[in-house]
Design a protein around this ligand. Sequence first.
Ligand SMILES: [Zn+2]
Length: 389
Amino acid sequence: MVIMMTDNIKPISNTSQVCTRCVLDTTVPDIRFNTKGECHYCQIHDELEKEFPLNGETEHKLKKIVEEIKRKGRGKKYDIIVGLSGGRDSALALYRTIELGLRPLAVHFDNGWNSEIAVTNIKNVTEKLSVDLLTYVIDWEEFKDLQISFLKASVSDAEIPTDVAIHGALHKVAVQEGIPYLIFAHSFRTEGVAPLGWTYMDGRYIKSVQKIFGHKKLKTFPNMTAWDVFYYRFIKGIKVIPLLAYMSYDQKQVSQMLAKELGWHYYGGHHHESYYTHFFQSYYLPKKFHIDKRKIEYSALIRSGQMSREKALEEIRKEEYPYDTELVDYTIKKLGLTQEEFEAIMAAPNKSFHDYPTYYPLIKAMSKFFAFVNKLNLFPKHLYLKFLG
Ligand SMILES: [Zn+2]
């Protein structure tokens, strides 16, 4: 593929404010700054560092968790499910799971947009680690219809059908296989937390957008409605382990280690292991919403001391997110859209999740309940802080 680079310098507007510590700025609709000019996403990072400090205490906590997982897995073939995308984070999570002496089942969610490099990575990583792999293939026609619905909804959350389905698919497999533990490979130290105003997701949002714009009923889509979350968490007792939060994560060192040990290859950008995510982050978001998702990753790396703020600002100013025209054409064709339909999507007035029925008003109204539930560690801490922090 030909990578198109633009070399025009993008000035930062005079009215915009950039966090004094990271590179998130007022292109994030919900951003707030304290008196030092630091954004609340930096504060969320500090909260998470307090929750998962890299010291003996965290190591001890993880050891206890691993012991419990092993105890519950006794007599069974697998202890835990690890979601595997072909990307760096999930390959690392699988590697660490083996290091901890656990017996994982790797589950890959296939939404039809895998790049060749993702497929090779999944093969190499599972073979080298001798881990069984289960691939969950989604109904393509139904999923494609939902992806188009989210594009027509004209929201920056248009990639959440994949994110929600990954969660739903892993929980479904967990119930089917009788494995009560799951690992989602998210590291706040390298990946950061996607701002609420850029990425909001819930199961009701999926249903309402599909009802308005879709042509197909969601019959097989592994959604995560409030009922699904209740069922998986409280009736089936499935627990999600934020494994990577318990450990340090140096992005460069990890990439080298994974390449050497597991034959893993880098694919050029954050989550570019998926063709759709690559299109979405490099073209759809910057062109339609002026959202540059590199800012989230760079900000995380700055906060964890792996990138200088100057270098990040320079990268962002130097060039727009590079995109590939062939990839844009491929995406339009694969979705079955005409050029005119796609242009209408790009030109439609922008909306947000506040314009559609979601659980968000209810979550806000029940903030005291969620503050209590948060203490029980039933939901990922970073999501609580993002929604209600
Ligand atoms: Zn910040």
